[in-house]
Design a protein. Structure first.
Lengths: 485, 255
């Protein structure tokens, strides 16, 4: 079961405008994304609307996350101490490469045969570092057990949403994948048929495979516990049946206290799936004789999160609890789906997280993949001001590109124009002269521009532009004043 | 406090904004007409240019910063500043304090803080500062209202503009589907991500056309320029018109 080499990697992905052009042409994908995000959004709106203290909860969530990130070193060490005390083992990974080496070595060390296998429960963090490819390269067979991740894996596809990774596929497409990959030509297309097929396929793996790799929703510093919430119970299987459990978590996942879950477990399910509570809420602390895994490892991975933390304006990105509400609300994501973002983190949160995790060596077009409409900020359960961070990152991109490119020169010139009323008026006059050759009269005698050169041509591909009126407002105002008003 | 101002004559300083000045002078004229009809007096500080939104939002912070000082210099003595552009007001309200901090000029920081509470988006000035719904307008046309993102989310205009429209005589106001959804303009987004912007715009123009309206109105000509661009390209015959122009409508007015 080879994962496709078709992975989402910001280092090799095309720019957002180019990648988006491809997904915009996929009629089925756009219908699926529109439908799925609308369904989740309306469920979310319903269960958020019934909470009288939602805004207070959001503020609590923001404060908890901000405090945790401001004291990250302290809480990570507290988590490490308490996890070890409870019988867990803690590993620190500076980057994705180190995390993959640690996990691969642990899997091999705990393997009972020469053909090691692991079951996995949904973890975007391991997708971020392409852990499956690294494991497979070392001869480890990997089985995704989250239903959506299983669909992605069997379909040699890529996740397009952080909570609903197969959101871009509809039921008929999923049925075709199962028919082909599970060798079930007669499989029906009812949700129950598909769930039954997945259950049979996975149950055998749960009972056989001795090692699981999981992600984490939260690490609890106070107790050393790890928390995962899910809807299917497949995670619970992975967390309880195998002998060995390896959890890979970004260092940003830490919460100070157990009681912080009171806030987070209200915010997360309502924002993510529109549920009042997740069907499965698993919290485990170390190992317990005769109950659950005998060996428990946590890999705490940095992978540039420390660099994000060092940026005072970008740091709020780390407050994210991966609910995906911003993706569902985003009018850009609604059109393009997730793959256009070239990263496992798509949508508005991806547009700010991915470039920062890449330290802006890659993904420089992502901060521009937004109309700054603010729908993301409005729904964010921990009040991350995504538009503000987008603008901050745009400024970094501009500085990186330097002053000697057409856009920067035009912006510099416009900046100089706006600093003088005289220059501004001259530019207005000049604009009217410059546009003249492009203006055509329409049927009603109005002047319109249907074609513009260069970058501005993006405007006229589907839009006309009205010609500049002969008289500006300030010209009119001056004339009016001179007539004794 | 609010009530005591209702009947007094206010000296209103108009910040027209760079693109309204250049491309939409009719909007400015309409603002003047409405304010004067309500008995207030209007002035226009001549040194005004741009709020800096395009530069700031595209990442050109260095070019945007000097415009804070320019705005303050032009309007520091104003009793009330009225701006017929929700995104420009959002720009000033959300970013000027931070920009002044970045410039590090203590006097400017204090002046921005002191001036901003007197800066109003046009509909906000009518509904919140003057406490009005009916401004005595007549506009006998079928109209739909697009809630521009910055007005909706950053300024929290809510039903204010709709209440003004509902009070217009002769108007046939029809609600648009998904009014909270962005039209896809986003400033330089429309050219940097022209394909995605076009896809977003297609949904918006479809929603406008589905209402059967003759005109789409909003508190922001930047969204309207975007929507109008496609409505004209498709030869729909449907117009866009700034809220101020609807509210300026009198018995003599055409569309």
């Amino acid at each position: 079961m080879n994962s496709s080499s078709n992975v989402l990697d910001p280092r090799t992905s095309p720019t957002f405008p180019i990648a988006a052009r491809a997904t915009l042409g996929d009629t089925q994908l756009r219908k699926n994304v529109r439908h799925a995000t609308e369904v989740i959004q309306s469920k979310r709106a319903r269960v958020v609307g019934e909470m009288p203290d939602w805004q207070e909860l959001r503020e609590s969530g923001r404060q908890i996350r901000e405090h945790a990130m401001a004291n990250l070193d302290y809480y990570l060490e507290e988590f490490e101490r308490n996890c070890i005390r409870a019988g867990g083992q803690v590993h620190w990974a500076r980057d994705g490469e180190e995390a993959k080496r640690i996990v691969t070595a642990l899997v091999k060390a705990h393997a009972s045969s020469t053909s090691p296998e692991v079951i996995k429960i949904k973890s975007m963090t391991t997708e971020e570092i392409h852990l499956n490819l690294a494991l497979e390269a070392e001869g480890v067979r990997v089985y995704e057990t989250d239903l959506a991740e299983l669909i992605i894996q069997l379909g040699h596809d890529r996740p397009s949403h952080i909570v609903v990774p197969a959101l871009h596929k509809n039921r008929q497409q999923i049925r075709e994948i199962f028919q082909r990959e599970m060798n079930l030509p007669d499989l029906g297309e009812k949700p129950q048929d598909l769930a039954d097929a997945a259950r049979k396929f996975l149950r055998e793996k749960f009972l056989r495979v001795g090692t699981a790799v999981s992600g984490a929703n939260f690490l609890i510093a106070e107790t050393g516990g790890v928390c995962i919430v899910e809807s299917e119970g497949n995670g619970r299987m992975c967390l309880t049946l195998p002998e060995t459990l390896i959890t890979v978590a970004g260092i940003d996942k830490v919460l100070p206290r157990y009681e912080d879950l009171e806030v987070m477990l209200q915010l997360l399910p309502r924002s993510a799936t529109g549920e009042r509570m997740n069907p499965y809420n698993s919290i485990w602390t170390g190992v317990h004789a005769g109950d659950g895994p005998k060996n428990f490892h946590v890999v705490l991975m940095d992978n540039a999160r420390t660099e994000v933390l060092a940026d005072g304006e970008g740091r709020q990105t780390l407050n994210c609890i991966r609910c995906g509400a911003c993706q569902n609300a985003c009018p850009v994501y609604r059109q393009t789906g997730g793959h256009a973002y070239g990263s496992v983190y798509a949508g508005p949160i991806g547009a700010i997280l991915t470039p920062q995790l890449q330290q802006l060596h890659h993904a420089q077009t992502l901060p521009y993949a937004s109309s700054l409409c603010g729908a993301c900020f409005e729904v964010c359960p921990v009040k991350i001001n995504i538009p503000e961070v987008l603008i901050h990152l745009r400024n970094k991109v501009v500085k990186q590109k330097g002053a000697l490119n057409p856009e920067a020169l035009a912006m510099k010139m416009a900046g100089a124009i706006f600093q003088s009323e005289r220059r501004f008026r001259a530019a207005q006059r000049l604009g009217r002269i410059a546009e003249t050759p492009l203006v055509r009269k329409d049927g009603s005698g109005e002047g319109w521009i249907g074609w513009l050169p260069g970058l501005l041509g993006g405007w006229t591909q589907v839009r006309d532009l009205r010609e500049m009126p002969k008289e500006t407002f300030r010209d009119w105002w001056e004339k009016r004043g001179s007539h004794g008003n | 406090m609010l009530h005591s101002h209702r009947r007094s004559v206010l000296q209103v300083s108009l910040f027209i904004t760079c693109y309204n000045d250049t491309l939409f002078p009719e909007t400015g004229k309409a603002v003047v007409k409405v304010l004067e009809r309500l008995g207030h007096t209007v002035d226009f500080p001549a040194g005004q240019t741009c709020c800096g939104q395009m530069h700031w939002n595209t990442g050109y912070q260095a070019e945007a910063l000097p415009l804070v000082g320019r705005f303050v210099a032009q309007f520091r003595h104003a009793e009330a500043v009225v701006v017929p552009s929700s995104s420009c007001v959002a720009m000033m309200r959300d970013h000027y304090p931070k920009m002044a901090e970045e410039i590090g000029d203590r006097k400017l920081i204090a002046e921005v803080q002191e001036l901003l509470p007197r800066v109003y988006e046009f509909s906000e000035f009518l509904t919140k500062r003057l406490g009005l719904k009916d401004v005595g307008a007549y506009y006998p046309h079928r109209v739909t209202y697009h809630a521009s993102c910055h007005g909706l989310r950053n300024l929290g205009l809510g039903d204010g503009p709709l209440n003004l429209l509902r009070s217009v005589k002769g108007i046939d106001l029809v609600e648009i589907e998904s009014p909270e959804q962005c039209c896809g303009f986003g400033g330089t987004f429309a050219v940097k991500n022209a394909d995605v912007s076009s896809a977003m715009l297609a949904e918006k123009t479809t929603a406008v056309l589905n209402t059967g309206a003759e005109a789409c109105t909003a508190c922001d000509n930047s969204c309207l320029m975007h929507i109008q661009g496609a409505l004209h390209r498709q030869r729909t015959g449907v117009r866009t018109v700034h809220l101020a122009e609807v509210l300026a409508g009198g018995e003599e007015a055409g569309l």
